[in-house]
Design a binder for this molecule. Structure first.
Ligand SMILES: O=C(O)CCC(=O)C1=CC=C[C@@H](O)[C@@H]1C(=O)O
Ligand SMILES: [Mg+2]
Length: 337
């Protein structure tokens, strides 16, 4: 989004709704998700960078919200999006309960390498998912938390459960390349997906140019919107999985729009995370049915907040003020860029 295309700040402020939504299971260490929603001529957009993100990184999330609300989404090439279930770093005995939230799915992403847990916890969780769904495509996501040696050891232990790919097993492009090469040399090749090395990188294309990953994970908000994410996938020349940023239904709609517009969509997408919310802002919420999310309601503009839900889940006044402050600062970053 160029500075010229930015709507006046007053329009964003005037339409802003700040919500705090409860989750049913801890994810990224939180049990609540806060988001600022804005309304423009094209619909609603979501600005919800994680609380610890700085303004430069967060400003890309604002560009995505502005695109959704002032520009709208590009034309879709498919009418439904296959999605994976996402299993946070819960104990193995909670796996059936978490999977039940998603209904029928053919793919599952399991969080691993959680701080304070052990490889045994990861193996038990992955084994429990495999037990419950013998035929599902199974991925793990370490969020860059393993060292190269730990990643190689862990993926060697997890590979017998059948892994479709491992998402960001180690930090950095060199780390990914090394894990990938060492596993291949040991005869246990596991495809490597880059997530943080795309969405948090100075140059989102470097991982592809370095040949460090087999596929990339793309998220609309952290990458600055649907159109920018589409361009990154096009230039990377690698298969892409669209994933959420633990968004409300409004943010998920941007993810669905991105997945719907990609020329190829070889993997189920991580857009089923609406199922982890106990309450959302849209009624009905954008949650998977039979392993798919529909594109129709997204392109027709039917995914909008319910005013009663906005009121019920409005964030406390001091949080609203915090988010409006953040909105103004990030707007300043975008306007100057
Ligand atoms: O991809 C999925 O299945 C769900 C989304 C997901 O895992 C994430 C959402 C939000 C923040 C991230 O830590 C995390 C990810 O790393 O992909
Ligand atoms: Mg990830």
């Amino acid at each position: 989004m160029s500075a010229r295309a930015l709507p006046p700040l007053a329009e964003l402020e005037a339409s802003a709704a700040v919500v705090r939504l409860p989750l049913t299971v801890r994810f990224r260490g939180v049990l609540e998700r806060e988001a600022l929603l804005v309304r423009g001529p094209a619909g609603w957009g979501e600005f919800a960078p994680f609380l610890e993100y700085d303004d430069a990184e967060s400003s890309r999330w604002l560009a995505s919200a502005v695109e959704a609300a002032w520009e709208g989404f590009p034309a879709p090439v498919r009418d439904r999006i296959p999605v994976n279930a996402t299993v946070p770093a819960v104990s193995a005995d909670r796996v059936p309960e978490v999977l039940a939230k998603y209904g029928a799915v053919t793919a599952v992403k399991v969080k691993v390498a959680e701080r304070g847990q052990s490889l045994e916890d990861d193996v038990a969780r992955v084994a429990a998912v495999r037990d419950a769904l013998p035929d599902a495509a199974l991925r793990v996501d370490a969020n860059a938390a393993w060292t190269v040696a730990e990643a190689v050891a862990a993926l060697t232990a997890l590979a017998p459960y059948g892994l479709e790919y491992a998402e960001q097993p180690a930090a950095g492009i060199e780390g990914l390349a090394e894990v990938r090469a060492r596993l291949a040399a040991a005869g246990t090749p596991v495809p490597i997906a880059a997530d943080e090395s795309v969405r948090k990188a100075e140059d989102p294309l470097r991982v592809a140019r370095a040949g460090a990953a087999d596929l990339i994970v793309v998220k609309a908000a952290p990458l600055g919107g649907v159109r920018r994410a589409l361009a990154i996938v096009r230039e990377a020349g690698l298969p892409a999985v669209v994933s959420s940023a633990l968004d409300t239904s409004i943010g998920l709609a941007a993810g669905v729009a991105l997945a719907a517009a990609l020329p190829e969509l070889p993997y189920a997408c991580g857009l089923g995370t609406g199922a982890l919310f106990s309450h959302d802002v849209a009624r009905p919420a954008l949650v998977p049915r039979g392993g798919f999310l529909p594109v129709g309601p997204v392109v027709s503009g039917a995914v909008t907040p319910d005013l009663a839900l906005l009121a019920e889940y409005a964030a406390p006044a001091e949080r609203r003020a915090w988010w409006l402050d953040r909105l103004r600062r990030c707007y300043g970053v975008l306007a100057a860029s």
